[in-house]
Design a protein around this ligand. Sequence first.
Ligand SMILES: Cc1ncc(C[n+]2csc(CCOP(=O)(O)OP(=O)(O)O)c2C)c(N)n1
Ligand SMILES: CC(=O)[C@@H](O)[C@H](O)COP(=O)(O)O
Ligand SMILES: [Mg+2]
Length: 579
Amino acid sequence: MNNILSKISHPKQLRALDTTQLTALAYEMREFILDTLSVKPGHLGASLGVVELTIALHYYYNTPEDLLIWDVGHQSYPHKILTGRQQLFDSLRQKNGISGFPSRTESEFDTFGTGHSSTSVSAIVGMATADKINQINRKHIAIIGDASITSGMSLEALNHLGSTDLDVLIILNDNNIGIDDSVGGLKKYFKSLENQTENIFTNFGLNFIGTIDGHNFEELFSAFDKANSIKGPKVLHIKTIKGKGYDLAEIDQVKWHAPGLFNKLTGEISQSKSSTTYQDIFGETLLDLLKNNSKIVAITPAMLTGSSLIKSRNQFPDRVIDVGIAEQHAVTFAAGLATQNTVPYCVIYSTFLQRAYDQVIHDIALQNLHVVFCIDRAGFVGTDGATHHGIFDISFLREVPNMIVSSPRNEKDFRNLLYTAQFTKQPFAIRYPKNEIPLSPDSTYEKIEIGKSEIIFEGNKLAILSTGLISSRIEKIIEQNNLQDKIALIDFPFIKPLDESRLKAISLKYDTILTFEDGIKKGGFGSGVLEFLNSIHYKGNTTINGYPDEFIEHASIKELEEMVGLDDLSILQMILNYL
Ligand SMILES: Cc1ncc(C[n+]2csc(CCOP(=O)(O)OP(=O)(O)O)c2C)c(N)n1
Ligand SMILES: CC(=O)[C@@H](O)[C@H](O)COP(=O)(O)O
Ligand SMILES: [Mg+2]
């Protein structure tokens, strides 16, 4: 029974409670989150860990007037529940439902949209500076985790903040873990922070409060009192337990970061996955490559489990390196490795590679260094939504000189691309989606020719050119509807370099060309095709199909494909319309 929680639709009602009721409210909150997330999957561990902190913040401060920013935002569920979204909570991360991350369009309490980590300190410093200019007097608070605070951007912002007199409170929520074990010296250092009055934060010019128990209301309120009494910027160090209040989540924090569907009573996590994914094939192939080429080094910026690197790391701990939440460093680290006779495979989610664009250009491409980018979660990622879809990488990599950009449509091509990439002497990107992979009968490796396309069908009415998984989907659609005689389907594993001789031949044979890709249309594969066709003065019709020029919210991948007209039925209808 949610006796207390169910009556709270705004923090004002929370503030009317007696402090003695807050522990019971925290209990109700955890039950509510567990009940919902067991059937509507999301980020569980981080949210369970900040229940008391969230209640205390909204109880003590005058939100939304006072400004709160949640770094990453995957721990913002208790915040959403207390700020008018309790009734909507079971729509979390579903189509047309509330987002899994704070979003300015969703609520006035979400003062800053997050999803990518380590932005909160910069953003709160910006807000406090604006308030100073506008002579607005209120509190500015950012909550950031022990892994996220180690990222370069956070440290840059703390360094800046220390040089100001801004009324900003940074709460370091230290649970001693990221998604996987957090990395590096600061993790150890934070353990020794307790009661150190002179420390890294004071050296930055910030006041320091702590260390306190972040699950204890009395300690939280007295720390907030202390923060209020201190003028200028300050850091409060709190210790919490990720997964707090649900034993299994406390014990296996990696598994329960985002467990998927589970049975709340037994703790059994559903094994929803029955088919083989790109991620499975990547994990297997990388392990083979590491075994067979001692020069290969795999790098991940804090996504060891998500990137299927656990097995490889266990077998090759010196050649599978987690650098922490540090995408920019990961890329330039790879560049350094590449200069010294090793072959770095930089394994990175498409959305997080965005943060390291300058490093891709300046440190790798400009020097034509042999770094292999294994770009996971390319295309729609589903319920994580707009902050996490990997839809820009084709466009932003295709324009970079020296870069090979590829996308495999099936297991055979994926294995062969990963295998071939170790031999090329230039940057090589292989992008692949969070999805099931069409399997191949054998798992041998073959060196493939860079830039070569493949004819799948050679029908005579119209030509479809596509890249990545969508090629296999179109192949199936054509087969199922017996359209092989009418349609030419050509797969381009290489988006760059484009197979121009094939394009020329196609342009001479077909009046209508359709292109398909799982990324934004603008500047993508289709644009590359169009640029070439234009250069040879092609007179036929060309239609580019991909994602529209807009940010696309959360829903299942299938629903998102329907929304942008790239589900199987829509593709079939489009083809039939053209015939
Ligand atoms: C730029 C960026 N890189 C990677 C991620 C993936 N990611 C999300 S949460 C997380 C770990 C965060 O750890 P911490 O800050 O300690 O928060 P906790 O989950 O422990 O509460 C990572 C690596 C991300 N969201 N953004
Ligand atoms: C919050 C965050 O950025 C990660 O937890 C992300 O949701 C991971 O995505 P995958 O579940 O696809 O690994
Ligand atoms: Mg943490």
